[in-house]
Design a protein around this ligand. Sequence first.
Ligand SMILES: Cc1ncc(COP(=O)(O)O)c(C=O)c1O
Length: 395
Amino acid sequence: MKAIYLDYAATTPVDAEVIEAMLPYFRDTFGNPSSIHSFGQQAHSAVEDAREKLASFLGAKPIEIVFTGGGTESNNFAIKGIAWANRKKGNHIITSAIEHHAVLEPCHFLEREGFEVTFLPVDAQGLVDPSDVAKAISDRTILVSIMHANNEIGTLQPIADIGKIARERSICFHTDAVQTFGRMPFTVGDLNVDLLSLSAHKLYGPKGVGALFVRQGTRLEPHMHGGEQEGKRRASTHNVPGIVGLAKAVELAEKAMAEEDTRITGLRNRLTCGIFDRIDRVRLNGHPEKRLANNVNISIEYCEGEAMILSLDLMGIACSTGSACSSTSVEPSHVLRAIGLSVEETRGSLRFSLGRYTEESQIDQVLEVLPKIVKRLRAMSPAYRSSTAGSATGG
Ligand SMILES: Cc1ncc(COP(=O)(O)O)c(C=O)c1O
């Protein structure tokens, strides 16, 4: 049986057209974009074309795009860059409890440097309440950072509303859009953001390249010191093939997004309904409607996530128990804890994330295999057996 990949939130395969677009920049047009000879200038043109493409897709100006080494770097640059540039103005940052570690960890780092960080709670479906943001703002607040969509449970935040509040108070607003960029249509104007992080490997582009949108006039302290690349905002020789690949991935996303959104939403609903029809004692994590089209996050009672993942993997099906970055950790997911799940419930969680190459037959294969795995694992669970003693239900 052909392997079934349902972990597109962790990363995506690089599209064949993206690889084609990148190849000449490894050998033929290999110059350093900072060099003034023609090798360099050809590479420079490719970088600037990519910047224009990305800017136009985001409704931004080319000068507002800074290429980075991925989503983690973009988040670090946005958060530390704003904090360091504004430390005379204030030392307070507002974020949420369910951010990716690439936002939480820079915030913890800044706490050790004397900044104060408010980690706003979320409701049971993972939503931040914009009025909580308004209440948390003080005259020391210099940055609000709230993610566009959560990578584990898929909940989409009311970013435009939060951005409006931040703008009314003249506070910088950053969003981590790594999970939504190229998957759903938006511009930086729609979202009312000053800073936005994105990463190529979530949209069928290469790993290790991303960008940060920085609204013109927003002052950021560089966090990489060296050469004068990216308007002195981010030192280091450009990753030209990576940047070209990111731009090609954006071009493909632009063409495919509407059709993919409808198709993937249909497949996601088929998977969710199919699981609920076939397995009892299961809950959907995240918001039922305000969620990423490709995300199904569930908790199955009396089953360990790791045991389910390994059993599915043996059947050629790849999914995840939480974010890829925490799949080696035994700590319960901070996102699932924040929406109110018990440690037990977090342990029984599975995340399926669908993408460009997901087919209906693959979803049906999961629906065939998963109930059998759950039944087998539950049969080995004394807690499950005692919970069903005297009743005829199984599953
Ligand atoms: C929401 C979110 N932010 C940031 C990142 C980190 O991006 P990168 O892997 O490009 O560093 C990820 C990756 O999983 C993510 O899902």
